[in-house]
Design a protein around this ligand. Structure first.
Ligand code: GLY
Ligand code: MN
Ligand code: MN
Length: 456
């Protein structure tokens, strides 16, 4: 397999990283688009993600809420964005942590209200401590509040408190909003269609993760532990200013049959396969790749037969990613190919249409073939419109990830097919005339993988 054509030179990696991000104007365009959809009698309230404690005094790495980031590009916690269409003094308000030299010595730099205006385009910005005084006035005389209920319970209570506080003042002539609207209904539809700049970031996230998988294939040796391969992958992510978009799954042998395997602790054994499901997040945009390869660099005949079948399903499903096709067609295609192949190999018995109808394949393939991909690895966006699968359109990005899982002890299966878990997952952009596979920087043909591993 040809080496990926892009550079791995650290300076060039840094330069490229610096040149990629969403421009301020694009964030502004998103806010305008949202406000247009909301209408002038409304207000949107979007809180930043809370900080989560890992254990005593130790925080989880902070990840901004995707909706908040999508509208603001602002990275700090304890912030709230408010959009007030048509407000003469400014439509876009940010409440942020105030500057505080003592706190900044401990916890790091803050933009403060001045930075929120200067660097993030807020029309108005206030210290977060003032929000209880200011927000009721902004809610007044607005009919609808666009807000996502149920994600941040503490913040839900505050929103209800502000609205109820105004209601209680009705006899003093104050008008509270009378309708709560699910913000995500509008926003998630916007997020489903990726802009040019977003696609650029997703290509980069895919390139970085592809490099990480290539590195894993090159460094894998029998006797290593799953976590050592995880370390190789994470090294490749971090040196490119990316981080895991979910906990990497590094499962040797039977562990590859556990769909959300987390331990990553076992010793890797010659003769078994290694399934790695690992993607990264770059500037808040995710990739999600799975590759499966032989730990000693050479597939057995049975492994190869199942592998080639999953690859055939992967390729057929990717071919079904076309504008105008419905969402479920790639899955239906993968199921068809896998079922026919399982019959060919003698693992299912009967006629293919009947086996598809009776879901017989689910013994070996129990998950769906993909999901939307974007700022969240399982990204937002409806899969159905009413009762019908939604139609694929340019700008949507999805994963294609068929697999077969035959753990040790599976009954009615020849011994050579047991102890095998295989998944092959790619990230695919729907384009005007077809699709673009974002993750082709890592090989998936069995021969290519063997050649890469032999070269070390
Ligand atoms: N890595 C999670 C998934 O493939 O959906
Ligand atoms: Mn995955
Ligand atoms: Mn996935």
């Amino acid at each position: 397999m040809a080496r990926p054509s892009h550079s791995t030179n650290p300076k060039q990696l840094r330069d490229r990283a610096a040149s990629r991000s969403i421009a301020r104007e694009e964030f502004a365009r998103r806010r305008r688009q949202l406000m247009k959809a909301m209408g002038r009698d409304s207000i949107a309230i979007v809180p930043a993600a809370p900080v989560h404690l890992r254990n005593n005094d130790v925080e989880h790495a902070y990840r901004q809420d995707s909706n908040f980031h999508y509208l603001t590009g602002f990275r700090e916690p304890e912030s709230v964005a408010v959009l007030v269409p048509g407000r003469p003094q400014g439509e876009y308000l940010l409440f942020v942590r105030d500057r505080d030299p003592a706190r900044e010595t401990w916890d790091g730099r803050r933009a403060g209200p001045v930075g929120a205006r200067r660097d993030f385009g807020a029309d108005d910005a206030f210290p977060i401590g003032d929000i209880d005084d200011i927000l009721p006035g902004l809610l007044e005389n607005r009919a609808k509040v666009f807000y996502t209920v149920g994600v941040n319970r503490d913040f839900d209570q505050r929103v209800v408190g502000w609205v109820n506080g105004l209601r209680a003042l009705a006899k003093h002539g104050r008008h509270a909003p009378y309708e709560m609207v699910a913000l995500e209904h509008v926003l998630h539809e916007m997020r489903l269609f990726k802009s040019r700049a977003e696609i650029d970031l997703m290509r980069e996230a895919a390139r970085i993760a592809a490099r990480a998988h290539v590195r894993a294939m090159r460094s894998c040796r029998p006797g290593m532990h799953e976590y050592e391969i995880q370390a190789e992958i994470e090294h490749e992510f971090r040196r490119a200013r990316a981080e895991p978009s979910y906990l990497p799954i590094v499962g040797g042998g039977a562990n590859g049959c556990i769909l959300h395997y987390r331990e990553n602790e076992a010793v890797l054994r010659a003769g078994e396969l290694l399934l790695i499901d690992a993607g990264c997040e770059y500037e808040c945009y995710a990739s999600d790749i799975t590759r499966t390869f032989p730990i000693n660099g050479k597939f057995t005949k049975a492994q190869r037969a199942l592998y080639d079948l999953v690859l055939e399903a992967n390729r057929a499903a990717i071919a079904a990613v076309q504008p105008g096709n419905h969402w479920n067609l790639p899955h239906e295609t993968a199921v068809q190919v896998l079922t026919a192949g399982l019959v060919r190999l003698g693992l299912l018995k009967g006629k293919v249409p009947a086996l598809v109808k009776s879901l017989a394949y689910r013994r070996f393939y129990m998950h769906k073939t993909g999901h939307w991909l974007g700022m969240d690895v399982h990204d937002v966006g409806d899969y159905k419109i009413g009762d019908a699968w939604r139609v694929l359109e340019p700008g949507m990005v999805l994963t294609i990830e068929p697999g077969l899982y035959i753990p040790p002890g599976t009954r009615g299966v020849p011994a050579e097919f047991r102890n095998i878990g295989i998944r092959i997952e790619d990230d695919v952009l729907v384009t005007r005339d077809g699709h673009e596979v974002l993750t082709d920087g890592v090989p998936k043909e069995a021969r290519e993988i063997e050649a890469l591993m032999a070269a070390g």
